[in-house]
Design a protein around this ligand. Structure first.
Ligand code: G3P
Length: 241
């Protein structure tokens, strides 16, 4: 909708458009397990994948091979992180270019450190998509956005772990990005429960990256199981199998 037209719309309709834009939060899968990626993709609810060095190490397989398999399953952004042993920007840039060359959907994940910001700045100028990770504060998110990051990944669960409010960080980043119309998208990471997802969606965050176990948690409800059981019994009592 053009902004010109938007200005002439009645208030009610404007509210509906804003609501639609705000509730449209995408889900990515936070995993490098090919079976989990296949299963989550079959649900039709994920449109991207994020990985990190721990997730990759858990699978213990060749990085490039795993990424290539992922690109065959998911038609959306796939974040592959530079090695945690790569410390200097020049090496992150070289590695980032190589990750980006694996597939057009690749996003280069970089740590939010001074060297990571330098690498982000160079790679972004080359048109390579970047995801600045291990974000634990608003200033870090702002710096990443200014350096040209396509995505920032604030870690909710790990903030909760130190008795602080992870969701509050998402709220603050979302509010500030909105005020200044920054195009960097927020990927809510380190999600530990379904409640986190509700919280993220309420803040207007762009994406939540979710472990497979949380997707299972999200779909489960005891009343759904109980209700289905009753439907089955009532049906069978009258119609048989
Ligand atoms: O991918 C980064 C993030 O989601 C890690 O989560 O549970 O290890 O804090 P967690």
């Amino acid at each position: 909708i053009s902004f010109l037209l938007y200005d002439f719309l009645p208030l009610k309709q404007r509210e509906r458009i804003i609501l639609f834009l705000e509730v449209h939060m995408k889900l990515f899968l936070d995993s490098a397990n090919i079976e989990e990626i296949k299963r989550a993709n079959e649900f039709g609810i994920i449109c991207g994948v994020t990985t990190n060095p721990s997730i990759i190490a858990k699978e213990g397989k060749d990085f490039k091979e795993m990424i290539q398999q992922m690109t065959q399953i998911i038609d959306g952004p796939i974040s592959g992180e530079v090695k945690p042993t790569t410390e200097e920007a020049k090496d992150m840039i070289r590695e980032g270019r190589s990750i980006a060359s694996l597939h057009p959907n690749m996003v280069v994940k970089l740590p939010t450190t001074p060297e990571g910001l330098k690498a982000c700045h160079v790679l972004s100028k080359e048109g390579i998509k970047t995801n600045l990770t291990l974000v634990f504060s608003v200033p870090q998110a702002l710096l990443a956005a200014r350096a040209g990051a396509t995505y920032v990944s604030p870690f909710i669960g790990r903030i909760d772990d130190i008795s602080m409010d992870g969701l509050q960080l998402i709220k603050d980043i979302a509010q500030i990005f909105k005020i200044y119309n920054l195009s960097t998208q927020i990927i809510c990471a380190s999600i530990r429960n379904a409640y986190h997802i509700i919280g993220c969606a309420k803040t207007g965050a762009d994406i939540a990256t979710v472990p497979y176990s949380i997707i299972e948690q999200m779909v489960k409800h005891p009343l759904t199981d109980k209700g289905l059981e009753k439907f089955k019994n009532d049906y069978i009592a009258v119609f048989g199998e």
